[in-house]
Design a protein around this ligand. Sequence first.
Ligand SMILES: [Zn+2]
Length: 72
Amino acid sequence: MELPFLCNFYSMGLPGHRRTSGDKRRRRTHIALAEQSGTTCPKCKKIIRPHRACAFCGTYRGRQVLAAASLK
Ligand SMILES: [Zn+2]
């Protein structure tokens, strides 16, 4: 109803002070990508993603589940 009157009390939050380039760099030290974790394939001993079939020999838990890249 009395929106123009209420708007006199409304003020938007504003930054307290200017963020320096050092603030920006310090904040961004935490956004680096983490190194990918991996396990070793029991058959071909290559580093693979955990809980996934080996992309090199196509085995998962000792079973052949994919056509191996070397067999193609
Ligand atoms: Zn493998």
